[in-house]
Design a protein around this ligand. Structure first.
Ligand SMILES: [Zn+2]
Length: 81
C-alpha cells in the first residue's frame, strides 16, 4: 500500500499517511485538506535502485582498495634502500 508524505499548506505540518482509495488525506494537526504531496522514500527506493546502489558501492570500495595497494607499492619502492 502506498504511503505518501504530505506537508500541510495550512500549518506546515509534515506527516506520512497511508493513502486509502476514496479517502482524501487530512492534516492531523489542523484537519486541513490543503496538502502538498512530497516524493515518498518508498517510491524512490525500489529494488532496482537499491541493487544499483549496492553495486555502485562495491565498485567504489574496490577502486579505493586498488588506490591503497598502489600507494603501498609506491611507498615500498621509495623506501627499499
Ligand atoms: Zn495542518
Amino acid at each position: 500500500m502506498p504511503i505518501y508524505e504530505y506537508v500541510c499548506r495550512g500549518c506546515a505540518h509534515r506527516f506520512e499517511m497511508l493513502v486509502l482509495p476514496q479517502v482524501s488525506p487530512m492534516c492531523p494537526e489542523c484537519q486541513g485538506r490543503d496538502l502538498e504531496q512530497q516524493i515518498s522514500m518508498f517510491a524512490v527506493s525500489s529494488e532496482g535502485t537499491k541493487a544499483a546502489a549496492l553495486k555502485d558501492g562495491r565498485q567504489r570500495s574496490a577502486s579505493i582498495r586498488r588506490d591503497k595497494d598502489h600507494a603501498a607499492m609506491e611507498y615500498e619502492k621509495n623506501h627499499e634502500h
